[in-house]
Design a protein around this ligand. Structure first.
Ligand code: UDP
Length: 322
């Protein structure tokens, strides 16, 4: 079995490469290291089955040569992180839209290779103030185009439409996974992700910066659970042409999360509340709650998250301490 992992040096990508290599797959990984990190895959470089290309997914020549070789493309390369999207608006849109077009076009023309598209829970936008969970078929609610955060949701929605269009018109076998907040070793806080940011602040005894009132809630999925979900889905024929939420339905408020991290790390940090407009930009919009309904994925494959928040934090703290 041969696979191409785009974004292979990223947080999810590097863990996926590792899991595929454990299964004795031959793995080709491409990453331009814009948000990925070569350190994430250093330990894989010794394997004869692993081939890394530091290049851009918009480079059609290289993508052609790679897609030709493999049976499946895990398309994980994308601009990620709320902060990164705000800081790099143009690059984010181009990578997500043009990059996905290249992957789908080539996967289709070189023998209709299977494509797993990594999408996101940002798709749902700021819908709902309550705590009920999102189903794949739920409406989306986005803010104005003057609020940059929503550009990400739009680009990934276009990626989903494009993938489904290839499936409907060309019978290209695509599977779409919408990742809710995913976390674990190798995730960096540089692009905004809350857990590595809080851990770093706690370890350095600096203020833990909670944005807004901290009562917003999120659900965190451990990376190994995310990888199991991906592998399970690509193994299931019935999953083709379908969209799946991938997440852990257990939610926690951001303030509670800060307190937990402070306690586990025995940090002297104080918790500081930072207004959203100071943390991001004027008029920034956040969703109060975001929780996945995972009944669909569970009806297709055997999947339930195994690692809960305390263990997720312990493992991530251990990694960041090093
Ligand atoms: N957040 C925070 N402090 C930080 C980074 C993030 O309080 O240093 C908050 C953020 O405003 C959001 C939640 O934590 O409400 C999760 O943020 P993240 O960017 O990790 O993921 P999101 O769910 O927003 O995509």
């Amino acid at each position: 079995m041969k696979a191409l992992v785009t974004g292979g040096a990223g947080f999810i990508g590097s863990h996926l490469c590792e899991a595929l290599l454990k299964k004795k797959w031959e793995v080709y990984a491409i990453d331009n290291l814009s948000t990925g990190n070569i350190k994430n895959i250093e330990h894989l470089q010794n394997s004869k089955l692993f081939h890394f290309y530091m290049d851009d997914i918009m480079n059609e020549r290289i993508m052609k040569s790679l897609i030709r070789k493999v049976g499946i493309v895990f398309h994980l390369a994308a601009a990620v992180g709320v902060k990164y999207i705000l800081d790099n608006p143009l690059d984010s849109i181009r990578t997500n839209v043009r990059g996905t077009e290249v992957v789908l076009e080539l996967a289709n023309s070189f023998g209709k290779k299977k494509v797993f598209l990594a999408s996101t829970s940002e798709i749902y936008g700021k819908n709902r103030g309550d705590k009920t969970s999102f189903k794949e078929t739920d409406d989306r609610l986005l803010g104005s185009t003057t609020k940059w955060r929503w550009s990400y949701s739009c680009t990934k929605a276009l990626d989903e439409f494009l993938s489904l269009a290839y499936y409907r018109e060309k019978r290209l076998p695509v599977i779409i996974g919408r990742f809710f907040n995913t976390c674990g070793p190798r995730q960096t806080g540089r692009y905004g992700m809350v857990i590595p940011r809080f851990i770093k602040e706690a370890l350095l005894n600096k203020p833990i910066t909670v944005y807004g009132d901290g009562k917003q809630t999120r659900c965190f999925l451990y990376i190994d659970d995310a990888v199991r979900a991906i592998l399970g889905l690509v193994d299931e024929k019935k999953a083709i042409g379908e969209i799946f939420n991938i997440g852990n339905p257990r939610s926690i408020s951001i303030l509670e999360l800060a307190k937990k991290i402070k306690k586990i790390t025995k940090s002297k940090s104080r918790i500081e509340f930072v207004p959203y407009e100071k943390a991001y930009e004027k008029g920034f919009e956040d969703m109060r709650h975001r929780k996945p309904d995972i009944s669909k994925i569970q009806s297709f494959i055997k999947f339930s998250p195994k690692v809960e928040i305390d263990e997720l934090l312990k493992r991530t703290i251990k990694y960041l301490e090093r």
